[in-house]
Design a protein around this ligand. Structure first.
Ligand SMILES: C[S@@+](CC[C@H](N)C(=O)[O-])C[C@H]1O[C@@H](n2cnc3c(N)ncnc32)[C@H](O)[C@@H]1O
Length: 336
């Protein structure tokens, strides 16, 4: 089943995601590509563990979902997200039996290693989300990335590393076959936590489920008579902790870009389109400005698109409010 970020709880739990098989082991695969690993691997086990798959490519997501459905693997949840966002926000502490990474993008160019997944912060995050006895399993053809990952695991201070044979299914993925056809062999390592550090979930909360939900970021203000939406121009705001100053595993600060302002068709009012970037997580959200009976206006995050309420999304409502203040609005109440 395909989940959007807004379909998850933060954190979620296996009993909710896999109601028919809550007691089974729970395995995460990062970057599953066209999804060949899991059907092969599950077929080698007496019963299929609960599967969580995360991938950045939407085309791969659809291919993999078809493949898993055709294999009858119903206890599987697939999502299109950056892996660290899913692991940090959705996976509870100490919940996973394994994190499987087959042929991760190697980012081979000098200066690009910061894009690699298997760096020390990820190993610490993984150690916090794995059960005791759980492990990160890496298979790669890339000699340099393999050594890099081993050094990063050691630098994390919470992982022991052991070279082992790859699970046979990891040698049947699309990339495994591609590299084998070129005569390259694969390395495999098992990273086992030696400690389970506490890496907190971020400040993500549920999406606004109903219009009256008081946790939906909002503000009430009085617009000046002279307010003219034609004065709007693209506007950028930044805040929160920067990547350098953020404690391990915590928010990387936010950037809000107010891209456009539209007149609402149904009710009197306007809608702002905002682009919100927080580390690897990006969201496009709509923020409505609607008239109220007492003559004031309500600025509020819209439900459209299933936004996730993060510090950056709250800041987007604050940025709209701030821009309107700059146009002469007087704020009566802030709820963000
Ligand atoms: C080289 S491909 C390998 C695909 C598959 N595992 C295989 O062996 O055929 C790497 C995959 O990882 C995905 N990916 C890269 N970075 C990711 C991230 N941060 N989170 C989730 N998926 C990611 C890419 O979209 C790509 O599909």
């Amino acid at each position: 089943m395909i989940f959007r970020l807004s379909d998850f709880h933060f954190p979620d739990d296996a009993a909710r995601l896999y109601p028919d098989t809550p007691e089974r082991p729970w395995v995460l695969e990062v970057g599953f590509g066209d999804g060949r690993f899991w059907p092969h691997h599950a077929a080698s086990l007496p019963e299929a563990p609960n599967y969580l798959g995360v991938e950045l490519s939407g085309v791969s997501l659809l291919k993999a979902e078809r493949r898993l459905r055709a294999a009858g693997l119903t206890n599987a949840v697939l999502t299109k997200l950056p892996a660290t966002v899913l692991v940090r926000e959705v996976v509870p502490q100490g919940a996973l039996d394994a994190i499987i990474v087959n042929f991760p993008d190697p980012w081979p160019k000098a200066g690009h290693t910061e894009h690699r997944l298997l760096r020390a912060p990820f190993f610490r995050l993984a150690a916090s989300r794995l059960k005791s006895g759980g492990a990160v399993l890496l298979t790669t053809d890339h000699d340099e990335y393999f050594e890099f990952a081993r050094a990063e695991a050691e630098a994390s201070g919470v992982m022991a590393v052991e070279r082992t044979d790859a699970p046979p299914a990891a040698l049947e993925t699309k990339y495994a076959r591609k590299w084998r056809d070129l005569g390259l062999s694969a390395h495999h390592a098992r990273f086992t936590p030696t400690a389970h550090p506490h890496v907190p979930h971020g400040a993500v909360t549920r999406s606004p489920e109903n219009e009256e939900n008081p946790t939906v970021p909002h503000a009430v203000l009085t617009l000046p008579q002279t307010f003219d939406p034609q004065d709007f121009a693209k506007h950028t705001a930044r805040g929160g902790q920067t990547r350098e100053t953020a404690p391990e595993g915590e928010g990387a600060g936010w950037t809000v870009v107010l891209l456009d302002l539209y007149r609402g068709l149904g009710r009197e009012g306007w809608v702002f389109l905002a682009h919100v970037v927080e580390g690897e997580l990006t969201q496009e959200v709509l923020i409505g400005v609607t008239g109220r009976e007492d003559g004031t206006h309500l600025v509020r995050l819209a439900r459209f698109g299933g936004p996730i309420i993060t510090p950056g999304v709250k800041a987007a409502v604050g940025t709209v409010t701030g821009w309107l203040e700059g146009q002469g609005a007087v704020v009566r109440h802030r709820g963000y």
